[in-house]
Design a protein around this ligand. Structure first.
Ligand code: ZN
Ligand code: ZN
Length: 303
């Protein structure tokens, strides 16, 4: 997606849907094809959210296409597709996979480095909490700056100064709670949110870069989205089940109606003709006629 031309096309696709240029889709599928990423349709595929981070989660195995999303949005206004149910399950799988990785990394650390006492661990936690607040406030200030909202950006400077002061106090308290030699041994931990390794001795800039960085913030966004989706998951899952059930009833109803008519016709035909053979022939003849008709119809539609 480098050139201006590509960007323009993506924008138009998003706006117009697949009807543009009379094309169905670049991928020859419709928005409701199982090959299309439903999380993408709902703006929450982890692959997109983490796209420009150093974490390589690979390509999403399903199709992402702006035009299909526009089609979906139009269709969703007409009836509920319950795609949030699928998106919830997708994000649950992604997050639980990532939490498993965190657990493995944490276990490895606990085997190789000395465990902190509860008292020291608490002091270390205080350092990280302040670092996290600092990183996020810095990221916000930078974002305001980039958008030309200088006043808002400046307003955060006071907050940042305050956090820096509190953090250096917290580091002093932490350092004083142990011997110099144990402080000199770097104590690592795994970030709960994004699975990266952190050290409380990392300088302010580095920790701030982590907590205000794209990877950590991307994971936060995915986790927030998931907990928002999970609030309604049970209810939506049940509603989807009922919806499918009703659709099935409707279909079965039509089918049994059709077969009742079919039975009646069959009885009539049987009473009209005693010969099995002729019945077969008449049926196959009428079938081939409808086939031909279908084909003609299709051809007409194509031009
Ligand atoms: Zn996807
Ligand atoms: Zn993190």
């Amino acid at each position: 997606m480098g050139s201006a031309h590509d960007q323009m096309r993506a924008m138009l696709d998003q706006l117009m849907g697949t009807g543009r240029n009379g094309q169905t889709s670049r991928y020859q599928v419709q928005y409701n094809d199982p090959k299309v990423c439903k999380s993408f349709l709902l703006y929450c595929c982890p692959r997109d959210i983490l796209a420009s981070t150093r974490l390589d989660i690979g390509e999403c195995k399903k199709i992402h296409d702006n035009a299909l999303r526009a089609d979906f949005e139009k269709a969703q206004q007409k009836f509920d597709h319950y795609y949030d149910v699928d998106a919830t399950e997708h994000l649950q799988a992604f997050i639980s996979d990532s939490d498993r990785k965190t657990e493995v990394a944490r276990k490895r650390l606990s085997e190789t480095q000395e465990k902190l006492t509860a008292e020291v661990a608490e002091k270390e936690n205080a350092v990280y909490e302040l670092a996290e607040k600092l990183g996020q406030t810095l990221a916000k200030a930078e974002e305001f700056g980039a958008q030309g909202m200088v006043d808002d950006s400046l307003k955060l400077m006071g907050e940042i100064e305050d956090l820096l002061k509190k953090k250096s106090e917290a580091i002093d308290i932490y350092r004083n709670s142990m011997s110099v030699s144990s402080y000199q041994q770097q104590h690592l931990r795994v970030c709960d949110v994004c699975t990266a390794y952190l050290s409380s001795q990392d300088n302010n800039r580095r920790l701030a870069d982590h907590f205000g960085g794209k990877l950590h913030l991307g994971f936060m966004k995915i986790r927030e989205k998931l907990s928002e989706l999970e609030k309604n998951y049970e209810e939506r899952h049940e509603a989807r089940r009922k919806f499918y059930e009703q659709e099935r009833y409707k279909r079965d109803d039509k089918r049994s109606h059709r077969s009742r008519i079919g039975d009646r016709n069959e009885r009539n035909r049987r009473s009209r003709s005693r010969s099995r053979h002729s019945r077969h022939r008449s049926r196959s003849r009428s079938r081939s006629r409808t086939h031909k008709h279908d084909r003609r119809d299709r051809d007409r539609r194509r031009y």
